[in-house]
Each structure stands twice: as structure tokens, then as C-alpha cells.
Write a protein that binds this ligand. Structure first.
Ligand SMILES: *Cc1c(COP(=O)(O)O)cnc(C)c1O
Length: 395
């Protein structure tokens, strides 16, 4: 009998952790800070440098600690290959600059991560690459834009900060029909809740800084997909130089061991908080894909195993109300981050959409009274009591 395929929580612990010779039989992945790796035998050195034999030459290209991180995320995304970057933005920019050429057209959504949006609006056009940003929930419009010409379909689901859900399977089919590649930023969902490759994506990208690491103490990024695609990104990364540092790889690896535990708790707590918020009179709107009222709840049910820890809600009284509520929260960092063990809150006008005008935020469907809430792993009754105490100031 063959052993059953391991589940995500088992992979989170063991992925990338076996099959290596360990220094002094250490059970944990050692942090190899060395920048270079020495060879007394010229033939072996040559074979490793050409990739014909396994081994490392120079840490900008590969490193044992970084390799373990790459293998863990590769296994969690059920991908043939994975490579790593110094941050999520390094992974995203490597993807766009590797796969696109002057004259190409990339189709994406308006609600992509702020930094990604800057690449589309500010950097790609100066290389003669056109980025078409569609309304996130308008799948027919996205399909029509794909048919007008598309080299790469770039998606994110759920999105920031209004937690919209994109039908990855449907749009990947449309993109493949015109010979385009599909990349999906899976940072918000994590591989515990969603595996975009199984929905038809060619590449999955991560800001490992968020849920994968989970402790807000290391920057990192990853890309997972076929050997060929990942090999092209890795080649760009080796030359562009945005390599993941060994110590950060170690911190991320340690965080990832508890990824399934954390995300399962965050899924549960976020759903309870979203339901509680909906019943509050001072709350105007709650965005969470796990709520039946969410416009794409059915798609979320189909493509996700859990609805994630991210939610957002708007309160009566706009920014003035937010100013009163925020200082009263006891169990929340007020910061521009998400996905860590602590609850983190922030209004989009100082976090994800700080560079937009009020009109641009309104056009993106972001009311001034919106608060993004990244649910931590605290006891949910404490989080709800905390919100209740904070919201009492406006009710
Ligand atoms: C934070 C984030 C990024 C950028 O990641 P960094 O590690 O900060 O560079 C990209 N996409 C999403 C969805 C993010 O939340």
C-alpha cells in the first residue's frame, strides 16, 4: 500500500525539512549565513556551477536555508518548483519583468495590492507594456479584455481591503484560450485555504512577510509553478539580486510550521467577528467572503477551503468615527501589516491606499469609514469584547 498524500498541516511542518544532510545531525534547518561554498575538486565545482550536480555556489543564487523555505512553499502549493525573493514585491516585479516585453498587454484587476498597482500604473508603461485594470468583480468585462489581447492575466483573491473574490478557474480558462499565462497572488488566502495552481493558474505568488511567516519579523516572497516558469524567474532573480536572506528564510520556515494552526483559527475567528459586526447598528457594511451576503460567497465556497482571516468593515461617521475607535482597541496593532499572530487594524487611507486621493478611494469602493481588520490568533471572545468596547464610543 502506498502512503496517503500528506495533508496541508503535515506539509507545513515537514515540507522542505527532510532529505538534507544536516550539520551535526541538527533536527532543525541550520541558518547558513555563508555567502559562498567552497570546492577543493575543480570538476565537482564546475558540475555544481552548471547545475549538473546538487550543491551551492553563491548565496545570491542558492543557499541551504533558503532552499528549505522554497521546498516548503513548493509543497504547500503542490507545485513542481518554487523560488524565493527578498520580499513579496520582489517576487511580483520579477514575474512582470520576466514574462512581459514591450508591446505586451497584461490584464489585471483594480483591487490589486498597492505596490502591484504602482508597477502597472507607473513602471510597466515606461517599458511599453500596457496594463489594463478591470473592475474586480466584473468577470465578463475581464474576459472581454483578455480577448482583446493578453500576454499575462494577473489576479489576486481575496483582494485588499474590500475582500472581493475573483473566479480564478473561469478567468484562467479565458486566459489560456488566448495563450496567456495566469499569475495569482495568494498572499491573503494562503495555501491552507486556496491552491491557485489547482484552479488553473500557472504561477502562484506570495508575500511570505504576511501569513507564511506569521510573526511580522521577516520580509520574503515566493513564486511557485512549473520548472520552466520558475526557472525563468529564478534566473532573473539571480541577476536582479533580490535574494531572500538566510536568517529571514529561517524565521519564515519556523513561522510556516504553525501556518495551518494559525490560519484555521483565523478562519474561525474572522467568521465569528464578521457575523458579530453585521449585527451592530453602528456598522454600515461588513466585507468577508464567508458571509452569505458577500456577492461572491458561492465562488469563495467553491475555490477556498476556508475564508481567511482578513475582513473589513465601515462604520457610521466616517473618518471622525475611526479616529475615536482606533485608540480604544486594546488587542490590535494599528499598523500597515496583516497576517500575523496579533490582530492588526488600519484604515486604507493610511495603509494600502495612502497614495490615493479621497475621490480615488471612493471610486475604488472604499468608504472613509472603512477599517481593515486582520484577525490574529487571540481568543475570539476577547477580540469581540475589544471591538464592542471600542465601537461603544460611536453607538
Ligand atoms: C504585502 C503584500 C504584498 C507585498 O509584499 P512585501 O513582502 O511587503 O513586499 C503583495 N501582495 C499582497 C496581497 C500583500 O498583502
Amino acid at each position: 500500500m502506498t502512503a496517503p498524500l500528506p495533508k496541508q498541516s503535515t506539509i507545513a511542518v515537514w515540507g522542505g525539512e527532510t532529505g538534507h544532510e544536516r550539520y551535526e545531525r541538527a533536527t532543525q534547518v541550520p541558518v547558513v549565513h555563508s555567502v559562498s561554498f567552497g570546492y577543493s575538486d575543480l570538476d565537482t565545482w564546475h558540475a555544481v556551477a552548471l547545475g549538473r550536480e546538487s550543491g551551492h555556489i553563491y548565496t545570491r543564487n542558492s543557499n541551504p536555508t533558503v532552499r528549505a523555505f522554497e521546498e516548503k512553499i513548493r509543497d504547500l502549493e503542490h507545485a513542481p518548483a518554487a523560488t524565493s525573493f527578498s520580499s513579496g514585491m520582489a517576487a511580483i516585479s520579477a514575474t512582470l519583468f520576466t514574462l512581459l516585453r514591450p508591446g505586451d498587454r497584461v490584464v489585471s484587476i483594480k483591487d490589486s495590492y498597492g505596490g502591484t498597482n504602482k508597477l502597472f500604473g507607473e513602471f510597466l508603461p515606461s517599458f511599453g507594456i500596457e496594463a489594463v485594470l478591470c473592475e474586480t468583480g466584473e468577470f465578463a468585462q475581464i474576459e472581454a479584455e483578455i480577448q482583446r489581447g493578453c500576454k499575462l492575466l494577473y489576479l489576486e483573491s481575496p483582494t485588499n481591503p474590500t475582500v472581493k473574490v475573483v473566479d480564478i478557474e473561469r478567468l484562467a480558462q479565458a486566459a489560456h484560450a488566448v495563450g496567456a499565462l495566469v499569475a495569482v497572488d495568494n498572499t491573503f488566502a494562503t495555501p491552507i485555504n486556496q491552491n491557485p495552481l489547482q484552479l488553473g493558474a500557472d504561477l502562484v505568488l506570495h508575500s511570505a512577510t504576511k501569513y507564511l511567516g506569521g510573526h511580522a519579523d521577516a520580509l520574503g516572497g515566493a513564486a511557485c509553478g512549473s520548472q520552466t516558469l520558475v526557472g525563468r524567474l529564478q534566473h532573473f532573480r539571480e541577476i536582479n539580486g533580490a535574494a531572500l536572506a538566510p536568517m529571514d528564510a529561517y524565521s519564515l520556515l519556523r513561522g510556516m510550521k504553525t501556518l495551518a494552526l494559525r490560519v484555521e483559527r483565523q478562519n474561525q475567528s474572522a467568521l465569528m467577528i464578521a457575523r458579530w459586526l453585521r449585527a451592530q447598528r453602528c456598522v454600515e457594511q461588513v466585507n468577508y467572503p464567508g458571509l452569505e451576503a458577500h456577492p461572491h460567497h458561492d465562488i469563495a465556497r467553491r475555490q477556498m477551503r476556508g475564508f481567511g482571516g482578513m475582513l473589513s468593515f465601515s462604520v457610521r461617521g466616517g473618518l471622525a468615527a475611526i479616529r475615536l475607535i482606533l485608540p480604544r482597541l486594546r488587542y490590535a496593532h494599528r499598523a500597515a501589516n496583516l497576517g500575523c499572530v496579533e490582530t492588526v487594524v488600519g484604515p486604507p487611507q493610511v495603509t494600502s491606499h495612502v497614495e490615493c486621493s479621497a475621490e480615488e478611494r471612493a471610486a475604488a469602493g472604499i468608504p472613509e469609514g472603512l477599517l481593515r481588520y486582520s484577525t490574529g490568533i487571540e481568543d475570539v471572545s476577547d477580540l469581540i469584547a475589544d471591538l464592542q468596547h471600542a465601537l461603544a464610543v460611536i453607538s
